[in-house]
Design a protein around this ligand. Sequence first.
Ligand SMILES: Cc1cc2nc3c(=O)[nH]c(=O)nc-3n(C[C@H](O)[C@H](O)[C@H](O)COP(=O)(O)O)c2cc1C
Length: 172
Amino acid sequence: MADLHVFQPVNLDDILEGAFRFGGETWALLTAGDEEKVNTMTVAWGGLVYVWEKTCAIVYVRESRYTKEFIDKQKKFSLSFLNHSEYRGLKKYLGTVSGRDEDKIEKAGLHVNYFEDIPFIDEADNVIACKVLYKQLMKEENFVNGRLIADHYAKGDYHWIYIAEIKQVMIR
Ligand SMILES: Cc1cc2nc3c(=O)[nH]c(=O)nc-3n(C[C@H](O)[C@H](O)[C@H](O)COP(=O)(O)O)c2cc1C
């Protein structure tokens, strides 16, 4: 019998690297809009995926988010990664207040910059500018594990899955 390799269990968090990690303590500002109006919101669910022969960004946006209206209109958005300790307070503010009620970007003291016509947050360290390729609403009947519905969708408001082509990655 062949000598097989020895495999050690590791924590996934210990082997995931890089500025564009999502989840856990890591978050980004999903920003969309045009030259007239731009909105941003905190996102923690998402990542980079390889599909259709390219590396794409994937994000999950609930139906109720104001930012969703801007994504759907422009079919473009950006992910801005800000220094987590410096902007810790903004993570909560931009992730609980809706842009329907106030101009969050102005109130947060942030500034909008553009890659071509894709708005992003100027204070970011890293930015991914994206163009939407595919979107799909999660549906109750598609959940294989029904507990997820009880845990996350007791009030409905399912997430839309957006898969977006990466047009530019930028580091300041
Ligand atoms: C840490 C954190 C992560 C979040 N991640 C997501 C996410 O991945 N998807 C989502 O739809 N909402 C997420 N939210 C909630 C939205 O950011 C929040 O509802 C926001 O107020 C929406 O703003 P808008 O109505 O201006 O779009 C998150 C909130 C926080 C605080």
